[in-house]
Design a protein around this ligand. Structure first.
Ligand code: C2E
Ligand code: CA
Ligand code: CA
Ligand code: CA
Length: 275
C-alpha cells in the first residue's frame, strides 16, 4: 500500500522491482520487443448502457518475453517511465491503436479506442504535438486516458496539453478516479469527456453501502460537470445492475469481457451484432 502510493507521487523505488541491473537490461530489450511483436495490444470493451452495445474499448499493452514469460504492464510501464522509454512505448501503442481502430472500422465496427497516457508524457509538449498528428485522420475515434496525479504533478503544461487534445477532437478520460489525490479544483478545470471510477470502489458496491454511496455521488458529480462515467472492474451481474440504477454510462470489467486480442474482440462484436 505504501509502495503503491509512493509510485503514485512519482518516487521511484527500485526495491519494488527486484534487481535494478536486470530491469535496465529488460528496458534495453524493449525496442526490439516492439519491433518483433513480443509486445502486443489487447482491447477491453466498454459496454454502453444507453445503446446496450460495446462502442469503445481500452487498448492495453502486453509483453510476452521469450525467456521470462508474461511481464505485467504494472511492472514494465513504470520502468519505462523511469528509464525514458515511455515515449517510444506510447508512440508504438498509439500507432497500433490507430491501425486496429481502422481495421475495426473496415470490418463495420465503429469503436473508439482508448489508450493510457503516462503522467510524465502529459507535460511533454513534443509528445502532445506528435500524438495529435498521429490521430489527425480520425481524432474522435481515439480517447486518451489520463490520471489525476499527472495534472497535480505539473498542472500548467499538463492542462495546456489536455486542452490541446480536446480542442483537436480527441476524447479525454480521467482514469482511476478516486484512487489518488482527487482534487475538485482540477476536476473542474479539466476539459474531460469521461470519468473512470477506479475498480477499488466499484468492486464492493453491492456489499458496502459506503462504497455504493461514493460511486453514486461521483456519478452525479460527473454528470453535473457534463461527463460520462465509466465504472471499472465490473465483475458481477449484481454490480452491473446496481450501476444501471445509478445512471452509470459505461461498464468495463471481466463481466463484459477480459482484455482480448483484436480478432477475439471482433468475434465478440460480431456475436453481439447478431443478438
Ligand atoms: P488501468 O489503466 O487501470 O487498466 C485497467 C486494468 O484493470 C487492466 O490491467 C485490466 O486488465 C484490469 N481489469 C479490467 N477489468 C477488470 C476486472 O473486472 N477485475 C479486475 N480485477 N481487473 C480488471 P492491466 O492490463 O494489467 O494493466 C494494468 C495497468 O498498466 C493499467 O491500469 C495501466 O495503468 C497500465 N498500462 C497498461 N497498458 C498501458 C499502456 O499502453 N500505456 C501506459 N502508460 N500504461 C499502461
Ligand atoms: Ca486506463
Ligand atoms: Ca483505470
Ligand atoms: Ca489502474
Amino acid at each position: 500500500q505504501a509502495r503503491a502510493s509512493l509510485q503514485k507521487v512519482g518516487v521511484f523505488d527500485p526495491a519494488a522491482y527486484g534487481d535494478p541491473a536486470r530491469n535496465l537490461s529488460l528496458m534495453g530489450e524493449m525496442r526490439r520487443a516492439l519491433e518483433d511483436g513480443d509486445i502486443h495490444l489487447v482491447h477491453q470493451p466498454k459496454y454502453n448502457y444507453r445503446t446496450g452495445r460495446i462502442d469503445s474499448a481500452e487498448s492495453l499493452v502486453r509483453w510476452r518475453h521469450p525467456s521470462r514469460g508474461m511481464i505485467p504492464p504494472d511492472l514494465f510501464v513504470p520502468m519505462a517511465e523511469e528509464t525514458g522509454h515511455v515515449r517510444a512505448l506510447t508512440d508504438w501503442v498509439l500507432q497500433r491503436a490507430v491501425e486496429d481502430q481502422q481495421r475495426l472500422s473496415a470490418a463495420g465496427f465503429k469503436l473508439t479506442l482508448a489508450i493510457n497516457i503516462s503522467a510524465r508524457l502529459l507535460s511533454d509538449t513534443d509528445f502532445a504535438q506528435s500524438a495529435i498528428q498521429r490521430v489527425r485522420q480520425a481524432p474522435h475515434t481515439i480517447c486518451f486516458e489520463i490520471t489525476e496525479t499527472a495534472v497535480i504533478d505539473n498542472p500548467k503544461v499538463a492542462l495546456e496539453n489536455i486542452e490541446l487534445f480536446a480542442a483537436n477532437g480527441i476524447r479525454v478520460a480521467i482514469d482511476d478516479y478516486g484512487s489518488g489525490l482527487s482534487s475538485l479544483a482540477y476536476l473542474k478545470q479539466l476539459p474531460a469527456h469521461e470519468l473512470k471510477i477506479d475498480k477499488m470502489f466499484v468492486q464492493n458496491i453491492t456489499t458496502s453501502q459506503r462504497d455504493a454511496l461514493l460511486v453514486r455521488s461521483t456519478i452525479d458529480l460527473a454528470h453535473g460537470l457534463g461527463m460520462d462515467v465509466t465504472a471499472e472492474g465490473v465483475e458481477t451481474p449484481a454490480a452491473f445492475a446496481l450501476l444501471a440504477t445509478m445512471r452509470c454510462n459505461l461498464a468495463q470489467g471481466y463481466l463484459v469481457s477480459r482484455p482480448a486480442p483484436l480478432d477475439e474482440l471482433m468475434t465478440l462484436l460480431a456475436d453481439e451484432k447478431r443478438l
